[in-house]
Design a protein around this ligand. Structure first.
Ligand SMILES: [Zn+2]
Ligand SMILES: [Zn+2]
Ligand SMILES: [Zn+2]
Length: 244
């Protein structure tokens, strides 16, 4: 495995994460999954902002439990106890299979509010998204897909996706009514390679929100990141930057 290895290369096909594994947040390498017990699998740290999804022992209803503080609230359906799987290490770490199949859910900061297992189901995310309609329209002008039509299965898929490493908050964008796929934290070389005519700066100016020459030349701060996404339905690219 080298710097350019992706989750697809490892055999795990996250629709919304197409960047190198090294650009993810919390990837721990090969270890044991504390959720399903699988040995020697690619695992991701599951802590603040992540939930374990566990079925109630009484009624079978899926319940989300905060993986960091390990508070197990009563079952939302019957009031029974769901319970955490046995921990094998100090922190929970989930294999990619557990993430893909929804045994864990990693919350995301998005362009239209905080996306979590609870905020999808209690309607809070839809309310946030409605308040941010102008932002979504700005990004969905191709087809004008209203935020209320964001499909719950596409939102759940985003929860079943690794987070990306960034210096400030993650800020997952949407296009064509669904999450965009993260391509990576790009340097000039990636822009030059992706530009049809090799003019990376022109591509940077065209797709990055609030482009700035100092960001392109990396002379703004000690650290800067430029995060690039691609729509999974149309060819649209979009990016933004932050600094440390
Ligand atoms: Zn697992
Ligand atoms: Zn129950
Ligand atoms: Zn699109």
């Amino acid at each position: 495995m080298d710097e350019s290895t992706t989750f697809d290369d490892l055999g795990f096909h996250f629709e919304y994460f197409k960047a190198p594994v090294s650009h993810s947040d919390g990837y721990l390498g090969i270890s044991d999954c504390t959720v399903c017990g699988r040995k020697d699998a690619p695992v991701i740290e599951i802590s603040v902002g992540a939930d374990l999804i566990v079925e109630c022992r009484s009624c079978g209803m899926a319940n989300a439990m905060d993986a960091d503080d390990e508070i197990a609230p009563p079952c939302t359906n019957c009031g029974g106890v769901a319970g955490f799987p046995e921990k094998k290490k100090d922190e929970h770490q989930a294999c990619c299979e557990c993430l893909l199949t929804g045994r864990v859910a990693i919350s995301k900061d998005t362009r239209v509010g905080i996306l979590s297992w609870h905020s999808v189901r209690n309607g809070a995310f839809a309310v946030d998204a409605a308040k941010s309609e102008w932002q979504l329209n700005e990004q969905c002008h191709d087809d004008g897909t209203p935020n209320t039509r964001l499909e719950i299965d596409t939102l759940d898929s985003l929860l079943r996706t690794p987070s990306y490493f960034c210096w400030q908050n993650d800020l997952w964008p949407f296009h064509c009514g669904r999450p965009m796929a993260f391509l990576g934290c790009w340097e000039q070389a990636e822009f030059n390679q992706a530009a049809p005519d090799g003019d990376g700066l022109a591509l940077f100016n065209a797709i990055v929100y609030s482009p700035d020459q100092a960001v392109w030349e990396n002379r703004l701060h000690d650290e800067r990141g430029i995060y690039v996404f691609r729509c999974t339905k149309c060819p649209k690219l979009w990016g933004y930057w932050d600094v440390a």
